[in-house]
Design a protein around this ligand. Structure first.
Ligand code: ZN
Length: 454
């Protein structure tokens, strides 16, 4: 026991092999009664040799070998294997190894953990999946009122990320942005009626899915997504115009950031720069003005009717020589007009903190993931303790509990006499319940920058 430090096993012998250590053990906790009928007279029926993996020791994988006894009950005649207190029944390894794998696979790849423990990668993955399932039961995230559906690139592919806009948190991450994946997830939402508003990227499969699964939710294309499209169009214009120029005339790459800035935040120097460019390349000036005009539409507090008119006017006002650069935006306007206008009607707030942190997160998270599978990255993000702190709240509920029961004799008396004391007396107890809303995005960004997930 001292060598292994496991209470239920007694060490009989040990052997060192090239690849691993092997310790032969004996189970100390003998069963007292039959699990089927509770009878206490048992006899040993037979023994089989079994092997269980344990935590690595002296840098080598460790296996425990034991002769496991099968008992037969003298009363019901059924047989059963002796229970082993330190062994995880599902995975045929010690419970502490299971916990060790769960912890290690959060900070190292499955391949490394497999090598360390002598198990194969598949087993490591299964143990990890069990852990994720446990966590999701332990911290069930509340369904958001305002659900964000976004995407980001992670471990080589586009993934769908679901957010709780009001809590500024990650609600879930899906392996892809394919309709089937999104559909499956939305179908499994707890209390889907809680979702009142869904904001999304302009990606048709998202809209189709939400309309089908959450028909009562209002779909909103948030300002943040639509104006981002305007910026992309301006970048396209900039690239197009650059490619027509001689090399020495070309706009420097860094200078493109000036174009993406809003007019009111340009420095004096940048204003001059912009004027010079516009004089030399009139199309670039026009494209900048078109982008600015578009952004301004969203700053004026217009109602939906006025907004619709303003968007149509903006589109009509586009100069023909730059219109093709803005095609992505004009297409978006014709495909998504009702959802864009919903953004002018429905009252909810996407804070700057949210848009900034989700953009930062999308960039930061790309750097990680080397060697990790998507599922690991997802679990690390969703269940990170630090990131869940700001979004977890404790609800205090009053619960009425009957004061200790009166002895049966008095109850009977009361029944006979119809006494007033029949009324139960209650006391109020305060019960605390935790509510989880997902991983706080700004905290995740901080942790990513500190290298916590590397
Ligand atoms: Zn029995």
């Amino acid at each position: 026991m001292s060598l292994l430090n496991l209470q239920s096993f007694h060490v009989l012998s040990q052997q060192e092999h090239e690849s691993h250590l092997e310790i032969t053990v004996e189970n100390l906790f003998k069963p007292q009664a039959c699990p089927h009928c509770g009878f206490t007279q048992l006899y040993s029926h037979d023994k089989t040799e079994q092997i269980f993996f344990d935590m690595p020791m002296q840098g080598k994988p460790l296996v425990l070998k034991t002769q496991r006894v099968r008992y037969k009950c003298r009363s019901c005649g059924k047989t059963f294997r002796e229970p082993l207190a330190d062994i995880d029944g599902k995975r045929l390894m010690t419970t502490r190894l299971k916990e060790y794998i769960q912890k290690r696979s959060m900070s190292d790849t499955f391949a490394v953990v497999a090598r360390e423990t002598g198990l194969d990668e598949k087993t490591i993955r299964h143990v990890f999946d069990d852990y994720v399932a446990e966590k999701s039961k332990e911290m069930p995230f509340e369904t958001p009122r305002v659900l964000g559906i976004d995407e980001l690139k992670l471990v080589g592919s586009y993934r769908c990320i679901l957010t709780n806009i009001e809590k500024c948190s990650v609600f879930d991450m899906l392996p892809s942005r394919k309709k089937a994946d999104v559909m499956k997830h939305l179908k499994s939402l707890k209390n889907p009626e809680k979702v009142e508003i869904v904001t999304m990227d302009m990606w048709l499969p998202y809209r189709d899915t939400v309309k089908q699964i959450l028909p009562d939710a209002v779909i909103v294309i948030d300002k943040f997504h639509i104006v981002a499209t305007a910026s992309k169009c301006l970048e396209k214009a900039c690239k197009g115009i650059r490619s027509q120029l001689e090399k020495k005339e070309r706009i420097k790459k860094n200078d493109r950031f000036v174009l993406l800035k809003r007019r009111h935040s340009l420095t004096d120097k940048e204003v001059i720069k912009l004027q010079q460019w516009s004089a030399r390349f009139p199309d670039l000036g026009l494209a900048y003005d078109a982008k600015e005009a578009f952004y301004c539409l969203f700053d004026q507090g217009l109602d939906s009717k006025a907004a619709e008119q303003a968007l149509i006017d903006w589109q009509r006002g586009l100069s023909p020589q730059i219109a093709h650069y803005f095609e992505a935006l004009t297409t978006a306007l014709s495909n998504w007009m009702p959802e864009i206008l919903n953004g002018f009607v429905f009252d909810y707030e996407i804070t700057n903190a949210y848009t900034e942190s989700i953009n930062r997160y999308a960039k930061d998270v790309q750097r990680m993931g080397r060697g990790y599978s998507f599922n690991v990255v997802r679990a690390k993000m969703l269940y990170n303790a630090e990131a869940n702190k700001p979004t977890t709240s404790t609800i205090r509920k009053k619960k009425r509990k009957p004061i200790e029961e009166a002895p049966v004799f008095y109850l009977m008396l009361d029944n006979l006499t119809g006494s007033a004391s029949q009324k139960q007396k209650y006391r109020t107890e305060i019960i605390e319940e935790k509510r989880y809303y997902g991983a706080h995005i700004p905290t995740l960004c901080e942790l990513l920058e500190k290298g916590e997930f590397d």
